[in-house]
Ligand binder design. Structure first.
Ligand SMILES: N[C@@H](CCC(=O)N[C@@H](CS)C(=O)NCC(=O)O)C(=O)O
Length: 225
């Protein structure tokens, strides 16, 4: 059985990505949760992960770390599943935007950490944050307009790895009440209503650990935990 090692579901955005792919495509797996920011975290992570970070996928004697590499491994291992869009042009676009997510959006990632247990006031929108949000919205609208129309509410119609890569951004826009375009809102609603994300969030809300640093500097509007 595949094993996916992940961090806290409330906060670990990188863990969420491959977990969503496994769950959305009904691939059986066992999860191992390592709570982050505890005295024993580093040694527990090193038991599984050569980089000392989660997520990590273990498939027998194969260990794959880095969220996007895990997703690619799954796409190769399960070629019959449409983890990436089937159409070659859509797939190239999907891989480009997934890589862009994996490598960038620092202001958004640092200023609006994933936190599924609360809703915060919108933080001051710096130029860097505005540029990140605008770029995300442009990416989503381009994917939807060129490849997504008519076939479902996700970036390429049906749910794919690209949606999984951007799902934590959807939750950030929701948590920090980011003002967004109407089309962005419809896409966000589709992702937020995906059963796999619902399952992850439900488990997140009953986790016994909380990490106060993840709320630091933000004005709490509503607490769900
Ligand atoms: N580029 C990596 C990022 C992984 C990462 O930063 N994971 C965080 C949790 S979301 C982590 O393991 N941090 C270790 C720690 O907090 O001790 C990926 O895509 O998987």
């Amino acid at each position: 059985m595949l094993k996916l090692v992940i961090g806290n579901k409330l906060y670990s955005s990188w863990s969420l990505r491959p977990w969503l792919v496994l769950s959305a495509f009904s691939i059986p797996f066992e999860e191992i949760v390592i709570p982050l920011r505890r005295p024993e975290t580093a040694s527990q992570l090193m038991e599984y992960s050569p980089s000392g970070k989660v997520p990590v996928l273990i498939d027998g004697d194969v260990t794959v770390w880095e969220s996007l590499a895990i997703i690619e491994y799954l796409a190769e291992k399960f070629p019959d599943l449409p983890i990436w869009p089937r159409d070659g042009k859509a797939r190239a676009h999907a891989r480009a935007i997934a890589s862009e997510m994996h490598a960038g959006f620092q202001a958004l990632r640092q200023g609006c950490a994933m936190h599924l247990g609360a809703r915060f006031a919108t933080p001051p929108i710096t130029d860097a944050l505005r540029a990140n949000v605008d770029r995300v919205e442009d990416i989503w609208s381009e994917a939807r307009n060129r490849y997504g129309n008519g076939d479902g509410p996700f970036l390429y119609g049906a749910f794919s790895a690209a949606d999984a890569m951007y799902a934590p951004v959807v939750t950030r826009f929701e948590t920090y009440q980011m003002p967004v375009r109407e089309a962005t809102r419809s896409y966000m609603d589709a992702v937020l209503m995906h059963p796999a994300l619902g399952e992850w969030r439900k488990a997140a809300l009953v986790e016994p650990w909380s990490i106060p640093e993840y709320s630091a500097g933000h004005t709490l509007i509503e607490n769900y935990v």
